[in-house]
Design a protein around this ligand. Structure first.
Ligand SMILES: NC(=O)c1ccc[n+]([C@@H]2O[C@H](COP(=O)([O-])OP(=O)(O)OC[C@H]3O[C@@H](n4cnc5c(N)ncnc54)[C@H](OP(=O)(O)O)[C@@H]3O)[C@@H](O)[C@H]2O)c1
Length: 429
């Protein structure tokens, strides 16, 4: 009988439970694909006395040491989540000579460089396919299949919660508070939705993607971030009339060698494939000089899709172990200058509530003109006879973000302007 290959898990929650279930159900096919059966040796949880479906009590432990003392554990799967203690635990596992597979975007975005160097120093691998896009293969394609390309842009919808909410707002004309409450009821949004709705989760994932795509050191702090909390049903109505969808886009590119990375709600032309990625689906679009444009789309979360990505990494490491293949060298990342959003050029959508009287538009146009911003279109959508106001939707030609921001400040100060609502970038020239 061939000796089994020991695998231990840190965490047995949503994803950990899925991985354990898949390991049990697919034991035979994994043994065939690896050449040796996989054996679950230890499962670290906070509360080891709690019964867990499909997990033998014998393997449950509540300290990392109990995992590390098991000499037959060769691969550790980290599925605890959060920055600490997950970061320290991953490092200790690598230092102990264990290969590590993780789904932890926060740890990889903040400490990925250091951990990958630790792995290399100890002759082991650290794999993290599940940290971005759940079940969608994207880390491996970027690190291997697209390696011959100079990647020019990565544009993604990588937060299922917000994409579900934005799709509901667009399709049903619902307001933000209503769709958030519904997403929470359905379990798509956490009781504290901040990490999703403020774009924090997507910024972690984008930092990981940009590092891989451009071979540069990127931290989540390098990502300009704006959430979806200020979007209104009216923005969606106007977007529809103009032929656009509103998506929380995670976008990274190198412009003249400088990194431009942002997570923000953006007007995306309906003809673009990303405009049609709806509900909890995720999609990552990569543009490379050789390949052109490729899009990876699929379920961005959920226990089984995420288990698919986690186990792909586990099988990859396991096959190397069976074949006694040493880990390949990781590519060193170089430092990069981050271009501030004020210098990034884009078209913009702007919603302005003004007093419904003659000459108002001319005053706004004068301010925009002073900042060299040329207007592409102006539409007066609604007038409110009671308050004597009208809503103008202005779209601009490509202009630097800093100039637009300065103009918006001046427009807001005009006594004929009641409110400058959302100002959002628009995809397209
Ligand atoms: N959920 C998804 O669809 C999804 C998709 C992609 C990636 N991910 C990533 O996968 C990871 C796991 O997510 P999840 O949804 O499975 O989380 P979860 O349901 O909250 O499970 C966390 C597990 O880790 C254990 N744990 C947490 N802190 C611990 C500590 N200090 N010591 C020991 N055990 C600890 C918990 O133990 P107890 O059971 O005793 O509390 C629980 O079993 C996260 O990094 C997440 O971002 C999740």
């Amino acid at each position: 009988m061939t000796e089994s290959l020991g695998v231990s898990l840190l965490g047995a929650g949503n994803v950990g439970g899925g991985v354990l279930a898949a390991l049990a159900a697919g034991a035979e096919r994994y043994a065939a694909r690896v050449g040796r059966p996989l054996e679950v040796r230890r499962v670290l949880v906070r509360d080891a006395s709690k019964r867990r479906k499909g997990v033998s009590k014998r393997v449950l432990v509540d300290s990392l040491d109990a995992v590390l003392v098991d000499s037959r554990t060769r691969i550790v799967i980290e599925l605890m989540g959060g920055e600490r203690p997950a970061f320290d635990y991953i490092r200790r596992c690598l230092e102990s000579g264990r290969h590590v597979v993780t789904a932890n975007k926060e740890v990889m975005a903040k400490h990925g460089g250091e951990l990958l160097r630790t792995a290399a120093a100890h002759g082991v691998r650290l794999l993290y396919e599940a940290s971005v896009g759940g079940g969608i293969p994207i880390i491996s394609p970027l690190s291997r299949d697209l390696l011959a390309n100079e990647v020019t842009a990565v544009t993604a919808i990588i937060n299922g919660t917000t994409n579900y909410m934005l799709t509901a707002m667009a399709q049903r004309g619902s307001d933000y508070a209503g769709v958030l409450a519904e997403a929470q009821r359905l379990g798509y949004a956490e009781p504290d939705p901040t990490a999703d709705v403020e774009g924090i989760d997507a910024a972690y994932k984008l930092a990981i993607l940009c590092g891989l795509a451009f071979h540069v050191d990127v931290s989540p702090a390098d990502v300009t971030r704006r959430g979806i909390t200020r979007l209104t049903a009216r923005d969606f109505r106007y977007a529809e009339e103009l032929g656009y969808a509103i998506k929380l886009l995670a976008s990274g590119r190198l412009i003249e060698g400088e990194l431009v990375a942002s997570v923000q709600p953006v007007f995306v032309p309906k003809a673009e494939p990303l405009a049609r990625v709806d509900g909890v689906l995720n999609a990552v679009q990569v543009e490379g000089d050789l390949v052109g444009r490729v899009i990876f789309e699929g379920p961005g979360a959920g226990p089984m899709p995420t288990a698919s990505a986690v186990l792909a990494d586990v099988l990859d490491v396991a096959r190397d172990l069976v074949a006694s293949r040493p880990p390949s060298e990781t590519i060193a990342y170089r430092p990069v200058v981050v271009r501030p959003s004020s210098k990034v050029v884009s078209r913009f959508y702007m919603r302005v509530t003004v007093l419904d009287q003659p000459g108002v538009l001319a005053r706004i146009a004068t301010i925009l003109g002073k900042h060299d911003i040329s207007i592409a279109s102006v539409i007066q959508f609604e007038t409110d006879a009671r308050s004597g106001t009208a809503e103008l939707v202005i779209t601009t030609h490509a202009s630097p973000g800093g100039e637009l921001e300065a103009a918006v400040k001046e427009i807001t100060a005009l006594n004929v302007v009641s409110e400058v609502g959302n100002v959002l970038p628009m995809v397209g020239a």
